[in-house]
Design a protein around this ligand. Structure first.
Ligand code: 9WO
Length: 239
């Protein structure tokens, strides 16, 4: 997968993508991530990317021109057509299902806004969809873009170890994680659950599944909607 990110702070992505799992994916050529500087697509000597809002008011608005030219530059580079995403609090909420959907695209372009807003014609006529990572205002779209790239790249075959991803798919789909423990077995008087030290892998599997269900029901009941988890929940209440 190739991801191009358009931003006025392209260096914000340097460290983010060169460490950990994404760094490995880039080394293995499973991912190509390029951060483009929006100012390279201006055509005045001050490299202006913003202007005052029509209608008046505080702050500045990101101009349409440089953003359109940046996307057009990316489009002309290659044959395969990119899926173009604008990160904004006005977008549809990003979740694991959206991450899966985006992971199937060969090319993504992520547009990061700044200042008080982006010229609406970018959302209306340049982008395929607008995505929000949550109901809060950030200083810009960059951190949201990094979140999307991280969640999407883990779903690209080969990025995460095969056994781990298969486990996530079938065992944990749509649930919160179960609690984890490591040595020592007793830490400051708190013991790790005995079942995890028992060596009985069937029991351990059952315990983890049950913990995941309990945790989800308690903290995020809104996630428990699928038929399988609902029937397991009923078993859980009776048993
Ligand atoms: C500022 C603002 C203030 C009061 C009420 C609503 C408001 N919306 C915004 C706003 O959208 N500011 C943006 C800052 C302008 C463009 C980029 N910025 C941005 C992107 N902030 N937060 C995001 C973002 C992106 C994806 N998911 C969550 C937040």
């Amino acid at each position: 997968m190739k991801v191009e990110i358009i931003s006025i702070f392209p260096r914000m992505f340097d460290e983010t993508f060169h460490s950990g799992m994404i760094g490995q994916a880039i080394k293995k050529n499973l991912m190509v991530i390029k951060a483009l500087d929006l100012r390279d697509f201006t055509n005045d000597k001050h490299r202006t990317v913003d202007d005052r809002p029509f209608g008046g008011g505080q702050g500045m608005v990101l101009k349409a021109g440089p953003l359109f030219r940046a996307v057009e530059f990316c489009r002309e580079e290659e044959q395969t057509s990119p899926h173009i995403v604008l990160l904004s609090p006005q977008g549809c909420r990003f979740d694991q299902a959206k991450a899966k959907e985006l992971s199937l695209k060969a090319r993504l372009i992520l547009i990061c806004g700044r200042y008080e807003g982006i010229d609406q014609r970018v959302a209306d006529h340049l982008t395929d969809e607008e995505i929000s990572i949550g109901d809060y205002v950030l200083s810009g779209g960059e951190l949201a873009a990094a979140v999307v790239v991280d969640a999407v790249s883990r779903l690209i075959p080969g990025v995460v170890g095969r056994s781990e991803s298969v486990l996530e798919e079938s065992f944990m789909d749509g649930l919160l994680d179960y609690p984890h423990y490591t040595r020592p077995a007793e830490f400051r008087g708190w013991r790790a659950p005995d079942v995890l030290l028992s060596g009985d892998h069937e029991q351990i599997r059952e315990w983890r599944r049950r913990q995941a269900l309990l945790q989800t029901r308690c903290r995020r009941p809104d996630l428990l909607t699928s038929a399988t988890t609902n029937s397991e929940e009923k078993e859980d209440e009776s048993g």
